[in-house]
Design a protein around this ligand. Structure first.
Ligand SMILES: Nc1ncnc2c1ncn2[C@@H]1O[C@H](COP(=O)(O)OP(=O)(O)OP(=O)(O)O)[C@@H](O)[C@H]1O
Length: 352
């Protein structure tokens, strides 16, 4: 869903349902998601804590917690259905090599006892088939590519000798050294301060072009990804409720949950207008969810929202949203006042 006609598909998730067993009960964390990823694109998955972003990307890498399982669906990549993989041997063909991940905390992915140069070089040797001087030179190039200076000296240093932002650059170098096709960035900048955040995002964007990567960003911060993503998928309670090109979701969002997320952006707050606040809590995933999961918190909910789960309604060829408000018979509802001005500004900007 969410077509992007210019590029070929690289990964296709179809009707995915993921459950966890917990204290004798079962909760459904991913509720029938279908999602296509296109070669060379950058897709941001946004949603509040607990919406299922991490579970979704972990399932692509075979990193689900032991009590989690794929109940239904397919994850198609090359000739494989990753949803059928069940041994580490299977996953070793994919993890790191085809699909790599950069997480929030670089220290957990780095070995404190090995120089950073050696850690990058090991991947160069293993995945790029280089040896000796060639592997060393490639490692230095990678260090330069991720924006580290004085590379010969830095090669010999240990992780603790680097700042948080620099460590994140090294983790990114290691991920890229494995030559992955898809790079998943799970809240890659959350632990960093704002200036460094912007630099790391810019770096990821540059590397995406330089190495022809397809990237998935997962974050709860819509503002951060708007600058780097080609498309945005909005998740709520284990489902993708809206997907589209970044400007479509950002400046013409259709689902009231997307409106709520946008309304919490600081850009809107700074105008001194009253924010559209999101009340209530997400549904309990142990229970069966009827209708639109957001309905109980949605001031625009229609009666049908409490009864029937909305399908994806097409807004444009590339923009879809699961809200009954888009049904031809629905009453006309406009976004909250504060957002209207924001949308208007965005549309004007897009046309300039
Ligand atoms: N091992 C587990 N056992 C039980 N439930 C789990 C487990 N892992 C995740 N969940 C549940 O699955 C749901 C989705 O979690 P997930 O971590 O994917 O959310 P998220 O959107 O990534 O949130 P965050 O931004 O906080 O990481 C949550 O309700 C969570 O409690």
């Amino acid at each position: 869903m969410g077509s992007n006609n210019e590029k070929p598909r690289i990964l296709s998730i179809q009707n995915l349902i993921i459950k966890f067993k917990l204290r004798g009960q079962v909760l459904t964390a991913i509720r029938n998601i279908s999602l296509d990823l296109y070669k060379g694109e950058s897709l941001a998955i946004v949603g509040e804590s607990g919406s299922g972003k991490s579970v979704l990307v972990k399932s692509i890498m075979g990193l689900l917690d032991k009590n989690g399982f794929i109940d239904q669906g397919q994850i198609l990549y090359k000739d494989y259905d990753l949803a059928q993989f069940n041994t580490e041997k299977d996953w070793l063909r994919i993890r790191g090599k085809e699909i790599a991940m950069v997480t929030q905390d670089p220290m957990t992915s780095l070995n404190p006892l090995k120089t950073v140069g050696k850690q990058i070089e090991e991947c160069v040797v293993l995945h790029q088939g280089l040896k000796g001087k060639e592997a060393y030179e490639r490692t230095l190039k990678l260090l330069r590519d991720v924006g580290i200076g004085d590379v010969e000296k830095r090669y010999k240093q240990y992780p603790h000798e680097f700042s948080g932002g620099m460590r994140q650059r090294i983790v990114i170098a290691i991920a890229v050294a494995c030559n992955p096709k898809i790079l998943i960035c799970d809240e890659p900048t959350t632990a960093l301060d704002v200036t460094i955040q912007a630099q790391i995002l810019q770096l990821l964007k540059n590397l995406q072009e330089m190495y022809g990567l397809t990237t998935i960003y997962i974050t709860h911060d819509l503002g951060v990804v708007a600058k780097v993503a080609d498309r945005i998928a909005v998740m709520y309670a284990g489902d993708i409720i809206e997907i589209g090109k970044t400007h479509e979701v950002f400046f013409d969002g259709k689902h009231p949950y997307t409106w709520a997320l946008l309304s919490s952006l600081p850009q809107l707050g700074s105008k001194g207008e009253e924010l559209y606040s999101i009340k209530g809590t997400p549904p309990n995933l142990f229970n069966e969810i009827k209708g639109d999961a957001f309905a109980p918190r949605n001031p625009y909910a229609l009666n049908i929202d409490f009864v029937e789960r909305p399908p994806f309604f097409k807004v444009t060829e590339t923009h879809f949203a699961k809200t009954w408000l888009l049904h031809a018979d629905a009453p006309k509802v406009v976004p909250p006042q504060s957002l209207q001005a924001f949308f208007e500004e965005g549309r004007r900007y897009a046309h300039e």
